[in-house]
Design a protein around this ligand. Sequence first.
Ligand code: GLV
Length: 335
Amino acid sequence: MKPKVYVTRRIPEIGLKILREHCEVVYRDELPPPARDELLKAVEDVNAVYCTLNETIDKELIDRAKSLKVVGTMSVGVDHIDVEYATKKGIYIVYTPGVLTETVADHTWALLLAVARRIVEADSYVRKGEWKIPFAPTMMLGHDVYGKVLGIIGLGRIGQAVARRAKGFNMRILYYDVVRREALEKELGVEYAPLERLLMESDYVSIHVPLTPETRGLIGEKELRLMKRTAILVNTSRGPVVDQKALFRALKEGWIAGAGLDVFEKEPIDPNDPLLRLENVVVTPHIGSASHDTRNKMAELTAMGIVKVLKGEVPENLLNPEVINVRPLSMVKMI
Ligand code: GLV
């Protein structure tokens, strides 16, 4: 009997193709994520779940899914998964590290430049017919990027890719991380700074940490007040790393100059949220990794990871290798 896989929502075709070659696929071909009840019911009799960051894979779900062997999440972030409990229960988790790094770094830069040079505001100014005077020496002035100081919070894969791009802008690069990365300091020409110093000295601050109990609310009122009044904050990691109410005040009251945000405390953000009325903010709807190539690669990697586990092999993108000691691969093998 083929293993049964539940795919929680519409995914790139390549992922489906791989799964269908080996498994019975229950495909929920919908854009929005399933409601919690629907999800809990759907996982009851499946061997694998292909999900996204919007489906919470917690103790309740894991306990309901009695035949579950592997969860593949089409994301690099895994804050929606109780990895510890899954591991304890012998459930393999595969995810998508690596394949989205450069695409998210590109998007981070798109936001940084858009805020610095007021691109969205300027675009709408032209379209609305407000551009009535030709080149004006004092019109729509923004902030330089070239030669400024970039502070990177979290020098993981994406933080490093953001740093590499900053070299072309001749920036001085500071980074803060829970671990000092001396080999990378040399390779990338970056300098370690404690968080407070990074916030005080940077013209641009970009966040690249995973969401964990330690990073939730990492950037709050105190931290925002340390930043330069001319500084710009960019967040393409997870919304709850930043206290959004404090950020609103910082932007409105001029503690900092602007923000570029791809992620929010609650997604989708309420269209009436006052943050969206501020002109010094550029927002995108959590699309950091959303290029055609990268989403295909993510779908492929997720599906391949699921199939490999079900074949009794160790996938390259296994998040919790300790699980092998809890439930050996010979016990999950179905293909
Ligand atoms: C997107 O946010 C991801 O975690 O892949």
